[in-house]
Design a protein around this ligand. Structure first.
Ligand SMILES: NC(=O)c1ccc[n+]([C@@H]2O[C@H](COP(=O)([O-])OP(=O)(O)OC[C@H]3O[C@@H](n4cnc5c(N)ncnc54)[C@H](OP(=O)(O)O)[C@@H]3O)[C@@H](O)[C@H]2O)c1
Length: 319
């Protein structure tokens, strides 16, 4: 079969022949229809992710959409290595196949599921967003950030502030529900002042951070109080991505002067919580209430596609 095969961490995946997968106990073969090319696929293939393979070659891709032998149309995750989603066929545990609603096409389902379910879980479960709360999405111009803007609104956020550096994509975010836009491509103190002014007297309740690095340092500077202040509500910052940097400098003062809690995404939640988020995202994407911009690319162009992306659009590979 044809597949996107990774031979070395410092090389791009190659479109080439790979042996057909065979099932083991409780596994199924999936005839892949569409597989999204996400930042995590690139991180794993670069060798820098904690789940990066110990042995090569492998087929790339952690999830996708396909058909089972009985004709069922499913979203699947976690193919058994060395098989991956970016291939004509793959092999996964039966429990990791989730039926798709009829009104959601293969390509949209492949593009929306991973970032949409992640954003839903982070806002609803980790941040425990309450109706009326004020939300900042840091890194709102990416595929996941754009979905987070929409989901925050669906969950009843009172005000959503969207921050990013891509002016063209930022200009589209009001249509997705953002109440205010912040450009982050400015010097540190200017950016801190902009965050402070967007937070206003009531401050942010929830911050979803896809960037980390320098923009988050400016945000933390903006949150740091310079006087003894009475604690109002907690600020819950959820660390999700590191598009702008893997590390940052964290001044102690921000944690002592403000009621700030910084938390991570904390792995995969229990099955029933995951399924509820999956159903919510699938239903709303099927109804057109959640929008994702996609670009379909044939699998034989994977090498070129690997080096592109961005502009708030998800590349979806078609085997
Ligand atoms: N843990 C999870 O559950 C989970 C789930 C989904 C995503 N993530 C992570 O979240 C991050 C974003 O994912 P995505 O799907 O939105 O990716 P994406 O569609 O490729 O978008 C990348 C985003 O990062 C921004 N960016 C890249 N380099 C930057 C820099 N140097 N400074 C400032 N902004 C920069 C981009 O801004 P421009 O538009 O200006 O290029 C864009 O907003 C990734 O790190 C991803 O791994 C984590």
């Amino acid at each position: 079969m044809n597949a996107a095969v990774l031979h070395a961490f410092d090389q791009l995946p190659q479109f080439e022949e790979f042996p057909e997968p065979l099932t083991e106990k409780d596994e199924v073969i999936v005839q892949v229809q569409a597989a999204a090319l996400k930042p995590i696929d690139k991180q794993i293939a670069s060798g820098s992710h904690y789940t990066s393979p110990r042995k090569l070659p492998v087929v790339c891709g952690i999830d996708g959409v396909g058909r089972l032998e009985d004709g069922a149309r499913v979203f699947f995750g976690g193919p058994r290595s060395p098989y991956g989603a970016m291939a004509q066929r793959t092999v996964v545990s039966r429990q990791r196949c989730f039926p798709l609603p009829q009104d959601l096409d293969d390509v949209t389902a492949a593009a929306v599921t991973n970032p949409g379910v992640s954003a839903w879980l982070i806002l609803a479960q980790r941040a425990k967003l309450m109706p009326g709360e004020k939300v900042l999405i840091l890194g709102a111009t990416g595929v996941t950030g754009k979905l987070a803007v929409q989901i925050a609104k669906l969950l009843g956020a009172g005000r959503v502030v969207a921050a990013g550096r891509n002016e063209q994509v930022l200009s589209t975010l009001h249509d997705l529900g953002a109440d205010a836009i912040i450009r982050i491509d400015k010097p540190g103190q200017d950016l801190a002042d902009t965050f402070a002014s967007a937070a206003g007297d009531s401050g942010f309740d929830v911050i979803i951070d896809y960037l980390w690095g320098r923009p988050t340092e400016s945000l933390l500077a903006a949150l740091t109080r310079e006087e003894f202040a009475v604690v109002k509500s907690e600020i819950r910052l959820v660390q999700v991505g590191e598009s702008a940097g893997a590390t940052l400098s964290l001044p102690a003062a921000v944690l002592r002067s403000t009621p700030l809690t910084i938390m991570g995404t904390a792995g995969i939640p229990p099955y029933d919580v995951l399924m509820d988020a999956f159903q919510q995202v699938m239903t709303r994407a099927g109804r057109g209430e959640l929008r994702v911009d996609v670009e379909e690319v044939p699998l034989d162009e994977v090498e070129n596609a690997w080096q592109r992306g961005g502009q708030g659009r998800r590349i979806v590979l078609i085997p």
